[in-house]
Design a protein around this ligand. Structure first.
Ligand SMILES: *[C@@H]1O[C@H](CO)[C@@H](O)[C@H](O)[C@H]1NC(C)=O
Ligand SMILES: *[C@@H]1O[C@H](CO)[C@@H](O)[C@H](O)[C@H]1NC(C)=O
Length: 480
């Protein structure tokens, strides 16, 4: 039954010749380039120096962006921070990881509480659940008339914005700027107890607002035992000197304690009604973006409205809403590749837990089945380096004494819509001690715990939140 195709070959040979030989040089050269590029793409050579904080702030150019329309984003601690003692009070990785674990836990308790069938025999404390740890990145915003500038943590994992206010009736912590004095702002008003805004507060803070005479009171307790409480109020919010939002609803904190560093308060960028994103929707159309710098010695940006996503070619993935958790930004994660190889993880692993993106969680949390695959592939690729004991939740560590640079595999997170996040090299290893470096990912303890795309893995990308358009984008190389 063998068919002799030689006649075909003879017939086609002039064309084959043309194709195979005349063009072969170019074709082969092109393929060779492509292969070497691909091989290069599968690993990063990371200079260990680049993972150690530098002592001097360098502000890189922001490309074609309009600087007067960007809020400068800095690490809370470090040489670029406007907070003066920022540099002195750098927390240890151990402390950061403890806080981070508290935040991840509180995100999960907030998400799972809402889904639970209420058991009438269990009394839930009034403010249980609404508790996220403190974020890490700060911007400067203006409040009041005349405007006063405040340095605040911005947080996509919570909604209510607040600043410390005089008189500190409970206790106020030491902050960077003079504490806001409502009596000196001509546009300040308390929100009254019987206003719809006061009713709405409950949905955003899970806290039934009580009243002080007729004034609505807010209270937020965060997972790391930080808290803030005070009057729910309105005043003018000013961004970029030019964008003015009268009657912006915020918490005027009379009593706040916790791990706020010396930040003056918090800017809530969740998606619930009281969030800054919702309150400025008319002007900014619920569109914002940020780029988180990879080092505390460099700066990123926070942009709103048309400036967000305008100058980077972001890849988008659908942004999902969960009606039971209207505050969080849910994404569809579909897979992970290490060193260019897609890991075999059943898609149900990701759908069981769901995934949110959060600016305040440091280390990305994965479902246990996904994390164990990532860890095995990473360890395999790092086989030539000496393992070191775990550091808190980071269980894949190396002793890199004597190395100035290491070759680490690329890690790509795959999302719905075919969008890939090729994690920057600054988001693969974190420095745990002078010679110890660990994989900057962790596994959840339960398969049902939500996956969290943390800020370490978002570094250097412009992350574009197009809430009205229902999509979230990653634009590579937007800051360093
Ligand atoms: C940058 O933004 C400012 C403030 O809105 C505006 O006046 C200026 O024209 C913008 N510059 C460019 C180059 O777009
Ligand atoms: C806001 O309410 C508090 C408590 O009722 C009150 O002490 C304060 O004077 C009020 N501030 C303004 C500006 O009305």
């Amino acid at each position: 039954m063998a068919i002799n195709y030689s006649f075909l070959f003879l017939f086609l040979s002039p064309f084959l010749h043309l194709f195979l030989f005349d063009r072969s040089d170019k074709v082969e050269a092109y393929r060779f380039d492509e292969i070497t590029t691909n091989l290069k793409l599968q690993s990063h050579v990371v200079s260990l120096n680049s993972l150690t904080p530098a002592g001097v702030c360098s502000t890189p150019a922001q490309g074609s962006k309009n600087l007067s329309r960007l809020l400068q984003v800095t690490h809370k601690h470090g040489p670029c921070s406007p907070v003066k003692e920022g540099k002195a009070k750098i927390p240890s990785l151990r402390q950061i990881l403890i806080n981070d674990q508290a935040r991840a836990k509180s995100i999960n308790s907030k998400i799972s509480n809402k889904d639970q069938v209420i058991d009438s025999t269990v009394k839930v404390p009034a403010n249980s659940g609404h508790s996220l740890g403190t974020g890490n990145f700060i911007v400067k915003i203006g409040f009041g008339t005349p405007k006063q500038d405040f340095v605040v943590i911005f947080d996509t994992g919570s909604d209510l914005s607040w600043i410390q206010c005089q008189p500190c009736e409970g206790s106020c912590y030491d902050q960077q700027d003079p504490i806001f004095e409502p009596s000196k702002s001509s546009t300040y008003s308390n929100i009254s107890c019987n206003s719809p805004s006061c009713d709405q507060l409950k949905s955003s803070t899970e806290y039934e607002p009580p009243c002080a005479s007729t004034t609505c009171i807010y209270q937020v307790t965060y997972g790391d035992n930080s808290y803030t409480a005070g009057y729910f109020a309105t005043d003018t919010l000013t961004l970029f000197s030019s964008d003015v939002f009268p009657k912006f609803e915020f918490g005027c904190g009379q009593n706040s304690q916790g791990l706020w560093g010396s930040a003056d308060g918090l800017l809530g960028l969740g998606r619930d009604q009281v969030s800054m994103v919702s309150q400025t929707a008319q002007k900014y159309k619920k569109l914002f973006s940020y780029c988180l710098p990879s080092k505390s010695s460099s700066t990123g940006f926070l942009a709103f409205g048309s400036e967000a996503g305008a100058s980077s070619s972001a890849q988008y993935t659908p942004l999902l809403t969960e009606s039971s958790n209207p505050s969080f930004y849910f994404l569809t994660m579909t897979g992970i590749s290490v060193g260019g190889q897609k890991l075999s993880i059943s898609p149900s692993v990701f759908t069981t837990s769901g995934t949110i993106i959060d600016s305040g969680t440091v280390i990305t949390r994965l479902p246990p089945a996904a994390y164990s695959k990532l860890r095995s592939a990473f360890r395999q690729a790092m086989i030539k380096y000496t393992p070191a004991p775990p550091s808190s939740l980071l269980d894949t560590c190396y002793n890199l004494a004597g190395y100035t640079s290491v070759t680490v595999p690329t890690i790509v997170l795959h999302f719905g819509g075919g969008t890939d996040l090729n994690v920057d090299q600054s988001g693969i290893l974190v420095q745990a001690s002078s010679t110890k470096y660990c994989l900057a990912f962790a596994g959840n303890s339960a398969a049902t715990d939500v996956g969290i795309l943390g800020n370490n893995q978002q570094q250097t990308f412009e992350v574009v939140y197009n809430v009205e358009g229902g999509k979230l984008g990653f634009g590579a190389g937007a800051c360093s």
